[in-house]
Write a new protein. Structure first.
Length: 371
């Protein structure tokens, strides 16, 4: 089964690099995170449950407060929904979950927002940091270069069993240089920041006075009242013949036709928001959640405000520490990755980034006014 899982930085000789990095950086990631790790019904009004229209009207209320990241946020009224999907084993069984209300960034964190964070703190992302040869005794010194994974389509059609055929570890690739040396983010300030490892996302969230969403919060917000729809926006992949999310059209991985208007990442808010005022909850870039990843977690997860398991385990890569990712990316399609299906999950090794991986933040309280 070909899935767009995120252990994609392990390319060429750097396979050994990232495998060891996964072990050595786990403790550091938790320290920087600063404690971050860890359908129709939305509110109870009077003596009954409000209509969907009433719930949506309440959830669409936006505040005017700005956090340190200057992000507009949407208040998501708490409620109960059916979480998961029977289409994927690691997202089953479908189960009822209740979440409390929270604030969520209306769009993915952008290059401009992340640049403000870096300017204020001097933060250096995982992809930019030097690699210590002591951590990689079996890797040639000339291979120990900072970098990240970049989608690099092959010149001819290939089988879909080996994702290393279209992912390449690029020395110098980072949020500042999304495609590697020679690329940059000038005139791309409104695009989602990419090449973000979990530690990077958690550090930004802490600076902004926020946190990363649990996957229950993320899915509840993405569904926006569509309890049983195939996709987060409804049951049709192209409502009224229109693409409503940045996903892949064409023969993957060699031909991206860009029928949705973009080949690769799109600026935030390029597509209509969902019913609760949130943009790009499907496609564009994968988004980190705070939960550790286990494929069996849903069998025993709590019914109220689940925070994920206490540890990580992926039978495909037992030694890797992984967190949940949600929403799919511009590389998802029916041919290769269908993780834009509502309720589906992604997973990522915590020190790995790529040019289709970003994040957004949530908060339990409105950030203080910037006035």
């Amino acid at each position: 089964m070909a899935l767009e899982y995120r252990f994609i930085g392990f390319v060429s000789v750097t396979l050994a690099v990232v495998l060891v990095t996964a072990c050595n950086q786990t403790q550091k990631a938790e320290q920087v995170a600063g404690g971050t790790d860890v359908d129709s019904a939305a509110t109870c009004v009077s003596h009954g449950i409000p209509s969907r229209a009433a719930a949506i009207a309440e959830s669409e209320k936006k505040h005017t407060f700005l956090g340190a990241d200057d992000a507009a946020m949407v208040y998501i009224q708490g409620g109960t929904f059916l979480m998961g999907t029977a289409d994927f084993a690691d997202a089953s069984p479908v189960h009822e979950v209740a979440v409390d209300g929270f604030w969520m960034d209306e769009h993915e964190v952008t290059n401009a927002q992340f640049a403000r964070f870096v300017a204020a703190t001097g933060y250096q992302t995982v992809a930019e940091r030097p690699l210590d040869p002591k951590d990689f005794p079996d890797v040639p010194l000339d291979a120990l270069q900072p970098g990240s994974a970049v989608f690099t389509p092959p010149n001819q059609a290939v089988g879909l069993a080996n994702h290393l055929q279209w992912w390449r570890y690029v020395n110098g690739a980072s949020w500042r240089h999304p495609e590697g040396p020679g690329s940059g983010i000038r005139d791309r300030e409104s695009e989602p920041v990419v090449h973000i490892a979990y530690e990077d996302a958690a550090a930004f969230a802490k600076w902004a006075g926020k946190r990363l969403p649990t996957e229950a919060e993320w899915e509840y917000a993405a569904r926006a009242g569509h309890s049983n729809s195939t996709y987060y926006w409804g049951n049709d992949l192209k409502p009224k013949g229109q693409w409503v999310a940045n996903v892949y059209q064409g023969n993957f991985p060699v031909e991206d036709k860009g029928e949705d208007g973009y080949k690769g990442v799109a600026p935030v808010k390029s597509y209509p928001p969902n019913a609760w005022g949130l943009y790009d909850m499907d496609g564009n870039v994968w988004e980190w959640c705070s939960d550790y990843y286990r494929p069996d977690y849903y069998k025993n997860s709590p019914s109220a405000n689940p925070n994920g398991p206490t540890d990580s385990y992926d039978p495909m890569e037992p030694g890797a520490v992984k967190r949940v990712q949600r929403g799919g990316s511009f590389l998802c399609n029916e041919q290769y990755c269908e993780r834009y299906i509502a309720g589906s999950r992604g997973k990522g090794e915590i020190s790995s980034g790529s040019n289709n991986l970003g994040f957004r933040c949530v908060s339990d309280q409105p950030p203080p006014s910037s006035d």
